[in-house]
Write a protein that binds this ligand. Structure first.
Ligand code: GLN
Ligand code: ZN
Length: 765
């Protein structure tokens, strides 16, 4: 049996984000439905050709999407929430279908969209299907059938890759009744997949891949049993394509025996990172012998060249265990940029260490050839690969002796504040002299078009650094003036100089790289360019001190220094794969620790270190979480613990459910934590109080995700509610998150209300 190279998916947006542009033009009315669909078809054809020309023996279809593949699955099985069906009743035309699809994706003035959340532990967001006991499924296979036909037209062997029924239901949420479990709809959903298999067979599909990434999470035994039963039913369908169950992002664990004994013809498994352990999980499973295995040995979600010799070693182990062995990326390539050769600013040596989607395709083709023709057939490629890896391993860009020596001397007491919280609280109280329910904001003020224009002009060299600095300072002065007039207690400079809370720091730290075209889809048409952590991290010079001290010079009230924490810096970047994440986090923490010291020395008395990503990078498997939380907490402590007792450390997180990370949050030992609470009616305050949270809390009393200005009464209510569970002297009054996406009109009004609400509750003490 020959081995082929394949993948689970390829970036959708196009090399110059053509899809994004076309969709956004469509939303603005600049192009009609036919025009948009035409652009999408062209891009699909180009990517099929690219995958074929790269030497893939089977290309994925169905992975393309105008917005999101989970939304596409909801559409395919007819899981249209009633409100979207009512808002857009007519779907007999392309325009009608797109209208309803985008209404589900992003809402409009008639109707709220589906909720959006992170796809496992990646930075891709999917739309959460909404289901209820009354949901009736029905099949619309148009998209996948059309895409199969497009591949056939090009003469490319294609494998539909679709979200499987168990994952679809486990990722869905209950539309109304909170006690309803969408997975209870499995018996109703399976017939739709049965029908789908029939339609795919008719359309000529030899194989179909149903992705069940929930298999790498800690599933209840009942859900594993449901999985087994569902796939037994699908496998029993006569005249169907052969089925591959796909999984990725972590190890199979308990799911391995279930999967191996399920009567499907193939598995696709992630064998890199934590997924590498699946090799052991699968070895020795008797059911495996007759199956096709698509081995994910090329990392689908990070940007480094694969160690091809090591990958061949893994493949060698698998050869004897299965009926047919193919090579693939570990997951869809949607999580990486398209092409390293499209990065003119990168040092060519460093570029040689990197593999974006197209370079990964090359690697896959080399591995398949080695399997089929022997290593000698690719000896030249293996040598080039080994040279690249060796150059990376020994490069001074990667290893900075000074950073390593300094890290080695970090002592435990550097992770602890000088005094216990009660002593610090007193010192802070004496220094800051804040009223009860102090008012503050989370950091950013609206990013106006003027600010964006100034940044664009600087990049285009239309203005010089001095002019840019002046524009930022003017903005800071305005923001300070506004807060002073409104009577806010702890001020911020407004972050006008930051395009992005990670990139801003990445651009200034040694060890981080930026790309020019390295776009990755975050959600829908929104793409981000994550920095790449390439080497040991250090801070050549202060990053925020000038802005913060300028702001502080304009007022007697305390101005908060504002930093992005080490975990978030890692979470929103491509990370090194050549050392433990915890080591990289400690390097970033040391750099930030110096920034904290410099801010303190410049007279900044309150310093906030944002960690909105702390919870989202939590490992998928519960067993891996304590180790993660250990290094994550230690990195925060290393960043912040060097300050004097009287310097107040804040942290901020953008979510409201703490659950099992509450102990870690206590251990971070920030003096004040601000977090999202408005939408969940202050529930998080109860959670923190149940955990005996011993320090101060700023539960957001205003939801900044909407332009709505909350009335004073509502904020007063929220503060009173919080005061029922935590002592009033430990509460702050602030919004949910930063204000950068809002407009000044709402912000000014809402802040006025915030100050008024705080004044009112103070009188009730
Ligand atoms: N300080 C940041 C801001 O206000 C925090 C953003 C965030 O939490 N995501 O914009
Ligand atoms: Zn936030």
């Amino acid at each position: 049996m020959t081995s082929i190279a394949t993948t689970h998916g390829y970036p959708r947006q196009g090399r110059r984000r053509e899809l994004k542009r076309a969709i956004e033009r469509y939303w603005k009315g600049g192009v009609d439905a036919a025009g948009l669909l035409e652009t999408a078809a062209t891009l699909r054809r180009q990517r099929l050709e690219r995958l074929r020309d790269a030497g893939l023996g089977e290309v994925p279809v169905g992975d393309f999407s105008l917005y999101d593949h989970v939304l596409d699955t909801a559409w395919m099985v007819g899981a249209i929430p009633p409100r979207h069906a009512e808002a857009v009743p007519d779907t007999t035309t392309d325009a009608g279908r797109l209208d309803r699809y985008f209404a589900m994706a992003r809402g409009d003035d008639r109707v709220q969209p589906l909720e959006m959340t992170k796809w496992f532990d990646t930075n891709y967001h999917y739309l959460v299907p909404e289901l209820s006991a009354g949901t009736e499924f029905s099949l619309d296979p148009t998209k996948i059938i059309d895409e199969l036909a497009e591949a056939a037209e090009l003469g490319v062997a294609a494998r539909p890759v679709l979200v499987g029924p168990v994952t679809f239901l486990l990722l869905a949420k209950a539309a109304d009744d909170p006690d309803f479990a969408p997975i209870s709809l499995l018996d109703k959903l399976i017939p739709v997949y049965v029908e789908l298999l029939g339609r795919l067979a008719e359309a000529g599909a030899e194989w179909v891949q149903l992705d069940e990434p929930v298999l790498v999470t800690d599933l209840e035994p009942a859900d594993l049993a449901r999985f087994r039963e569902a796939y037994a039913t699908l496998a029993a369908v006569p005249n169907r394509p052969k089925i591959i169950v796909g999984s990725y992002f972590d190890r199979l664990g308990d799911a391995a025996p279930v999967l191996a004994s399920t009567p499907v013809e193939g598995l696709a498994v992630d064998l890199v990172g934590p997924g590498a352990a699946s090799l052991d999980d699968l070895a020795g499973q008797p059911g495996l012998a007759g199956k096709r295995l698509i081995a994910g040995v090329v990392d689908g979600r990070n940007v480094w060249r694969t160690d091809l010799a090591a990958a061949l070693g893994k493949l060698g182990t698998l050869l004897g265990l299965v009926d047919r062995l193919d090579v693939s990326s570990s997951s869809s390539l949607l999580h990486v940029p398209i092409d390293v050769t499209d990065e003119p600013d990168l040092d060519p040596t460093v570029a040689g260490w990197l593999a974006f989607a197209d370079q990964k395709l090359e690697e896959l083709a080399i591995l398949a050839r080695a399997l089929n023709e022997g290593r000698d057939a690719v000896a030249g490629e293996l040598t080039v690969n080994a040279t690249r890896l060796a150059s990376r391993a020994t490069s001074p860009i990667v290893r900075d002796q000074a950073v390593r020596e300094r890290l080695a001397t970090v002592a435990d007491d550097q992770l602890r504040r000088r005094s216990a919280y009660p002593v610090r609280a007193q010192a802070q109280h004496d220094q800051l002299k804040l009223p009860a329910f102090p008012t503050t904001t989370i950091g950013s003020f609206p990013q106006t078009t003027t600010l964006r224009q100034a940044r664009a002009d600087l990049r285009a060299r239309k203005i010089d650094n001095a002019a840019y600095d002046r524009a930022m300072r003017d903005e800071i002065a305005e923001v300070i003036k506004l807060q002073t007039e409104l009577g806010v207690d702890v001020l911020v400079h407004g972050e006008p100089e930051r395009n992005d809370m990670v990139q801003y720091f990445a651009d200034q730290l040694v060890g981080f790289l930026s790309t020019r075209n390295g776009w990755v889809q975050s959600y829908g048409t929104r793409c981000v360019r994550p920095p790449i952590i390439v080497g040991d991290v250090s801070r050549p010079r202060p990053m925020t001190v000038d802005w913060a001290s300028y702001a502080q010079s304009l007022t007697d009230r305390p101005v908060k220094g504002m930093l992005t924490g080490p975990v978030t810096m890692l979470a929103w970047s491509f990370v090194r794969d050549d050392q433990p994440l915890g080591d990289t986090a400690r390097q970033v923490a040391l750099a930030l620790r110096d920034e904290v010291t410099d801010l303190e020395n410049a007279g900044i008395r309150v310093i906030q270190v944002d960690e909105p990503a702390l919870r989202e990078t939590l490992p998928l498997r519960r067993a891996d979480r304590p180790a993660y939380l250990d290094w994550a907490v230690a990195a925060f402590q290393l960043t912040t613990a060097g300050v004097a007792d009287a310097t107040q450390i804040h942290t901020h997180m953008c979510y409201a459910e703490f659950g099992d990370i509450v102990d870690a949050i206590v251990a971070m030992d920030a003096d004040v934590i601000s977090l999202e609470a408005a939408r969940s009616r202050m529930e998080v305050v109860g959670e923190l109080s149940d955990a005996g949270y011993p320090r101060e809390v700023g539960p957001g009393v205003w939801d900044i995700h909407s332009p709505r200005v909350p009335p004073v009464e509502e904020m007063i209510e929220a503060l009173r509610l919080a005061g029922q569970t935590l002592p009033a002297e430990r509460l702050w009054a602030n919004p949910d998150c930063g204000l950068k996406t809002r407009g000044y009109a709402e912000v000014e009004q809402s802040l006025r209300h915030l100050v008024a609400a705080a004044k009112q509750v103070r009188t009730e003490l």
